[in-house]
Design a protein around this ligand. Structure first.
Ligand SMILES: [Zn+2]
Length: 84
């Protein structure tokens, strides 16, 4: 059996997810918040400013950016870094 360390609370649990069952609903809430922020606002130029404006923890934003759903968002941030 595989044990994973929860990306939110740090506890160990047995599943393929990146967060434990206790944190899963919080994770979903943050993702919903992120989705609606993206829909209703201009895109910030960095993950840091996205975290600041949306109120979502930067650690969680960076983790969401590494998922398939938000990969477009990640590449737009990566693209803006190159121009600096
Ligand atoms: Zn957890």
């Amino acid at each position: 059996m595989n044990f994973n360390k929860c990306a939110r609370c740090g506890c160990f649990f047995s599943s393929e997810d990146s967060v434990c069952p206790n944190c899963k609903s919080k994770d979903e809430m943050d993702k919903n918040l992120l989705r609606s922020y993206i829909e209703n606002n201009d895109l910030p130029e960095s993950a840091e400013s996205l975290a600041f404006h949306s109120g979502i923890n930067i650690k969680n934003i960076n983790r969401f950016l590494n998922t398939k759903e938000f990969s477009d968002l990640k590449s737009s941030f990566d693209g803006s870094k190159i121009n600096l």
